[in-house]
Design a protein around this ligand. Structure first.
Ligand SMILES: Cc1cc2nc3c(=O)[nH]c(=O)nc-3n(C[C@H](O)[C@H](O)[C@H](O)COP(=O)(O)O)c2cc1C
Length: 199
């Protein structure tokens, strides 16, 4: 029995390929771990602020740390980290936007990747403080990046895996539906992605 946190970052609702992929992954996880719970966090509805001076004050003690904005930024981050720590498995639904992840997902990452809370340099080298979790990255892209002429623009997967690894989530699996907007490819994109899934 696992606690699954499903992150939604596509604006397409039910038509979203990344959300459909995340759902299909979760379906298989529930078969593997009967009785698991799923918490849905839709970042298109629950939006996090861009990192600003209030976050710098809250996270690093630089500037007006007693100000209301800093208190709010600190609380938003504390709550997001608590939610992450509560989960055993994180399933990230990620649409590719402009060769990268949606800015809503980046803003969430900026709240959960936090010195002294989820990573530390106390030992003189970076150490992830989030342990014992597994993450699935359900990535959907209009074109194909894992091979062919656009391979050099495949920034999102290494970025996401680096961020997760940096905070200690080293057990990650990338499941990617590619060519979601390409005629002749799009119809089988999800099926091909799911064939690579290991739960
Ligand atoms: C604003 C925007 C930017 C996009 N940028 C890219 C891109 O850089 N590369 C790409 O292959 N597809 C791009 N797409 C297409 C989406 O990645 C594709 O439609 C994918 O299915 C989106 O995932 P979703 O169905 O979960 O929303 C973009 C789509 C939108 C709406």
């Amino acid at each position: 029995m696992k606690k699954i946190l499903k992150i939604v970052s596509s604006v397409k609702g039910a038509a979203s390929k990344s959300t459909q992929l995340a759902d299909a992954i979760i379906e298989q996880l529930i078969v593997r771990y009967p009785g698991s719970s799923v918490k849905v966090k839709d970042l298109t509805k629950e939006q996090y602020a861009h990192f600003d001076a209030a976050h710098l004050a809250a996270f690093r003690g630089v500037g007006d740390i007693e100000g209301v904005a800093a208190q709010e930024a600190g609380k938003a981050s504390d709550d997001a980290i608590a939610e992450l720590l509560e989960a055993d498995i994180i399933v990230l639904g990620v649409p590719l936007y402009n060769f990268h992840i949606p800015s809503t997902l980046k803003a969430w990452l900026d709240h959960v990747v936090r010195g002294g809370k989820t990573f530390s340099y106390a030992k003189g080298y970076p150490e992830g403080l989030v342990s014992g979790k597994k993450a699935y990255i359900a990535l959907a892209s209009g074109a194909i990046y894992s091979e062919g002429p656009a391979k050099g623009m495949d920034f999102a997967p290494p970025y996401l895996q680096t961020m997760l690894n940096f905070i200690g989530i080293t057990d990650t699996q990338l499941i990617r539906a590619e060519g979601c907007d390409m005629p002749g490819v799009q119809d089988t994109a999800l099926e091909k992605a799911l064939a690579t899934l290991e739960v």
